[in-house]
Design a binder for this molecule. Sequence first.
Ligand SMILES: C[S@@+](CC[C@H](N)C(=O)[O-])C[C@H]1O[C@@H](n2cnc3c(N)ncnc32)[C@H](O)[C@@H]1O
Length: 211
Amino acid sequence: MRLRNVTGAKEAVALSRFVVQEPETKKGNWQSCFEKEQPIHIEIGMGKGQFITELAKQNPTINYIGIEKYASVLIRALTKRDEQEIPNLIYLLVDAKNLCDYFSEGEVDRVYLNFSDPWPKDRHSKRRLTAKEYFGRYDKIITKTGFVAMKTDNEALFDFSLQQAEEAGWKLQRVTRNLHQSEYAAGNIMTEYEEKFSALGNPIYRLEAYR
Ligand SMILES: C[S@@+](CC[C@H](N)C(=O)[O-])C[C@H]1O[C@@H](n2cnc3c(N)ncnc32)[C@H](O)[C@@H]1O
């Protein structure tokens, strides 16, 4: 994602009641951040938050945590959010490579990865959020019946993800190379990137990975 620096974003994010500060202190205790104790789903790289906001509104019996690395991006979600009451949605401003510092074993029921940065150069492949090193992190924090759901318009990233999930010992389900024309299209919530790239005619790839 091309990043435009937003003046004051860091300060605004640090003061927001929707962004959990010092998230390592919540490890094993995330339910205390919500009104109700219920399963936790996270989105890594939530961007401006369209997907997770809609998901949280549609599913009040799930607690959602949106994770974003950059304050200049997260601030966009906060600006929109201020007008809306969504008790089951909070955010973290962290780098997902440190996920295991914030969540304890089996604390998360589902991980969403939407239009993750492709990191096209081979030497950066370990930074891709579906590299097997990341599946190792997800393995530690996801419940036994939980799963990782990924969407992208990038075929090379998708093929890499299928291969890495299998190498990491995960089982693939509900795999499609054209989500919008598939049997899984019903109920699909579009992300900002998904709207942009599908409008250009790009097919959307989707997978779910289970242990
Ligand atoms: C290409 S954008 C996609 C945004 C949104 N998910 C969508 O589909 O519209 C990828 C987002 O992931 C965030 N991101 C990339 N690597 C990350 C990481 N290691 N931890 C947390 N967020 C990350 C980026 O800052 C960016 O906002």
